[in-house]
Every structure is written in structure tokens, then in C-alpha cells.
Design a protein around this ligand. Sequence first.
Ligand code: CA
Ligand code: CA
Ligand code: CA
Length: 340
Amino acid sequence: MNKYIFIIALLVLFPNTSLASQSLIEHLTGRILLQVENKGEAWFVHPSNLKKYYLGRPADAYNIMKYFGIGITNYDLERIPIGLIDGLDSDGDGLSDDLEQAIETNPQEIDSDGDGYIDGDEVNNNYSPNNKDKYNIDTNFSQVNAGRIFLQTQKNGQAWYINPADAKRYYLGKPTDAFKIMQKLGLGVRNNDLDKIISDTINLPAEELQPSEKTIETIKEKRERLGMQNTDLQPNNQTNNTAIKVLHNTASAIRRTDKKSVSQYFSPELKKAIDYTMDFLDDDGILAFSNIFSALKFEKQDDNKKIYSTEIYFGLGGYNIDYSVVLEKQEDGDWLIISL
Ligand SMILES: [Ca+2]
Ligand SMILES: [Ca+2]
Ligand SMILES: [Ca+2]
């Protein structure tokens, strides 16, 4: 039994065992949880009252996160390191256009302040991409505020989520960004464990919910369209996929239980194990497996390899497993998953 099948078997087959509810809740405080035994529904565990809130549809998620937001000055906000999430990056400097808008760098210029260091590198090393200064990072302050949502009161109320997993701030630009954050920063959790957290609801003002309805339609349409394209694509016209796109396509193919599409993203050595696993998993297992791929986030890279990882939470014993996959760039420019 290889490592991968072992992990999936654990996730799917093993019943939850006793775990002190209080320590579980503390562990999940401020986190976004993905209900892996269902359809990956997302929840937010409030960092102060320790109750869980259903994040529902993408646009609702955004409004709920904003509802919990508290004001912060620019000075304090800049004490928290910036976390990066993949998104449209027009100039290819590693920062998404939305993030560049929020931190007031130029989304069409890789080196906004012209100091010879590109915007993404400066942010990654806690330098301001706007001037020669270094951000005044305060790790303790970041950790104390883990799980909080801050609204930038000295600007236009931009919302930031402090991810407890890495104590970095993630920009909640638009409803679609909040949705991406759920997918990427969310921690898979079993129903038994989710049930131990008291549920609460909030009543959002009607005017906040109104515009979101439209956005949902757009996302839905977009996803359906992309899903159809994925089905139609043949292996030989999928050239120059980026590594993250391969992971997203893998997640989507697993969700559709499209075995043939799934195996094309894996190296020849892994194809057999993947085929076997796809046969072996039941519906819940398929969802859990695809959610793992959706949750993977970039960790590091060298020349032609990239490593993506995520945490998987196990009710059994109540611990997290760091799970990572390695992708390798092929001669034709495509990325393949070579290790699980
Ligand atoms: Ca950019
Ligand atoms: Ca830029
Ligand atoms: Ca610069």
C-alpha cells in the first residue's frame, strides 16, 4: 500500500475517535473548514466566540467575512506579512492584479518603485514594493490576530483575512477572491468534528445580499463553461498548462470521476496507482480526494519542479498531516504530477 492510498484509506474508512471538543475547537479557531465528507461546503470558525458560520455560496462567504471585519490602521496592517493567492497576474510579477490594486502597486509594471526588485519578490521578503522601506513585520501581532478579518479604515475598507495556518494576511478583494481563499486556505474536516462546534448564523442586511446574487450566476456560468472545456480537451492539445492549472484540472477531473482525464496529469509511474485509487474510492472518497487537490497551495520550486502542499485534518487522533505533491515540467512545457 503506497503512501497515497494509505492516506485516502485513513480519510475515508476510519471512524472518528474521541477527542476533547475544547482542544479541537481551539485548534480550528479562526480557520475556514471544508466539509470533505459532503460537497466541500465551507465554514468559518470565529476566533472570538468559537462558533462556526456557514459560508454558503461564494458571494455570501465574502459578505460574512466582511461582516466580521474590524477596523485597522495602515500602520498596524503592515505589521502582518502578505500572503499570496494565485489570480490574474497581468505583469507576471507574482502579485495578482487585485492585490496590486489593494497595496497600490502597478499591475502592469513588475517593478513598481523602480528599485531593481520585482514587486512579488519584495512582498515575499517583506519589503515594500512602493518604496525602499522594509515592512515593520511583527510576528507576535500577526499570531495574536490569527483568524481575524481586518478592514482597512484609512483606505476604502479593503478586507483582509489573517490565516491562522501561516499568520499572513490575504486580501479579500471581491466575492470571487473570497471563494478562492476558501478553496486554498480551507482545512478539510470530518462531519463528526464539525458537529462538535456550535453553529451560529448572522442576518446580513438585505442590500448586501442583493448584488451578490448576480455574482453567483457569473461564477456558476464560468465554472460550468470551464468544466465543459475540460471534458472536451484531449491530452495532445493541453500544452503549456501551468502547474497550478494541472492541479485544478486534476481536482475537477476527479470530481467528475473522469478516470481517463485524471490519469493524464500523472507521470507514467503513478498512472496505475491513480487508476486503482479511482476504482477504490466511493463517492465521499472522490470528493475528499478532489478537495485535497483544490486545497493544495504553492510551497517551493527549483528549476523544473514545483511543490504544492496542504494540511489534512484527521479526526482520528486529532492531528494534521502535511500533504504535498511534486510536479515536474516536461519537455513539451506541460507539468505532470510525479510524486504524491
Ligand atoms: Ca502582478
Ligand atoms: Ca506589479
Ligand atoms: Ca521594486
